[in-house]
Design a protein around this ligand. Structure first.
Ligand SMILES: [Mn+2]
Length: 321
């Protein structure tokens, strides 16, 4: 059972030192939600920080405002820890110990879970983004978002809804954004920060991966690979390949998109997306992985060429005729 925003607001006001915890490999929602919440709590006189385990991705760094900190060993224990955009503390493994030191723990999330991990929880899988929930919490606390906070919340909702195109987008998503306009958000500048600050090596890796793509099963399956050698050649990191699978899915007629990432000689991570009717979770679970129907992944402990063969065979089986 969820606690109310009123209860969560009351608890937040009881603490002085409050740390916020987005999930590792944070996305726009994790960073936008925590940036907005941290800014509001600071405005209310709280000693608030957002703890992360590595530097912010380039396209999210515009939301920093001196709130995001990679803690060292002797950071003081918080009164309150808040997990945002994740409902399992294993989603920030390097910071779990600091999280647990708080007298009170709170979770605000929108992922489907059976888990109520904290002392106080607000988990709503119908919300398109954690940013929507932070907005509603702010409303409960009679706090009108500042321009910076509103832009962080816009970034949160825009990224998690795929620019308001994914099936999680609701009337509420748009209504909240309407209200964010009242705080004076500059949408084109946020768009440039989020989507037009790509490092050249990331683009080079994407181009290389897309140009090596193969189609199978009458063009219904698209597959490409990211090898360690490709990373060396382009100077990119494996995380720079995150959008490749979505780009494969945009190809006309493609129902299943697969990107095989070579993490080690016999350790291949498969990232998969389905377009309309296919179910990639069934492919992922066949290899011990998991995820959602339209987005799933698994690790395959075998050489790359074998992983290609096995995953294509499974994908063909899942697609049927
Ligand atoms: Mn999210």
């Amino acid at each position: 059972m969820n606690d109310s925003f009123e209860t969560i607001a009351e608890k937040l006001l009881e603490g002085d030192r409050i740390y916020l915890f987005p999930h590792e490999n944070p996305d726009g929602d994790a960073i936008g939600s925590t940036a907005a919440l941290c800014s509001m709590l600071r405005d209310m006189g709280k000693d608030c920080l957002v703890l992360i385990d590595e530097k912010l991705p380039d396209n999210l760094a515009f939301m920093d405002d001196d709130m995001f900190v990679i803690p060292d060993g002797d950071i003081e224990a918080p009164d309150i820890s808040v997990a945002v955009d994740c409902s399992e503390i294993t989603r920030f493994p390097k910071l779990m110990d600091i999280f647990k030191k708080a007298k009170t723990t709170i979770c605000i999330d929108h992922h489907v879970t059976d888990n109520m991990p904290c002392d106080y929880n607000y988990i709503d899988p119908k919300a398109a983004a954690a940013g929507e929930l932070i907005f509603l919490l702010m409303k409960t606390m009679d706090h009108k978002p500042t321009k910076r906070e509103a832009e962080a919340l816009f970034a949160a909702i825009d990224t998690d809804t795929g620019n308001f195109l994914y099936s999680n987008t609701t009337k509420q998503s748009h209504e909240i954004v309407c209200e964010l306009y009242d705080s004076g958000i500059d949408v084109p500048s946020v768009g440039i920060e989020l989507y037009e600050t790509v490092a050249p090596e990331k683009n080079r890796l994407e181009v290389m991966a897309l140009s090596q793509m193969s189609l199978f099963h009458d063009g219904k399956i698209a597959l490409t690979v990211i090898t360690q050698q490709m990373l060396e050649e382009t100077g990119a990191k494996m995380s720079d390949a995150e959008l490749v699978v979505a780009k494969l899915r945009t190809i006309k007629g493609v129902e299943i998109a697969i990107v095989l990432k070579e993490r080690g000689p016999e350790k291949i991570f498969a990232s998969m997306r389905a377009k309309s009717t296919a179910n990639v979770r069934d492919i992922a679970t066949a290899f011990g992985g998991g995820g959602h129907i339209k987005a799933a992944g698994c690790t395959m402990y075998m050489p790359l060429h074998e992983a290609v063969e096995q995953i294509i065979a499974k994908a063909e089986e899942v697609l049927g005729d």
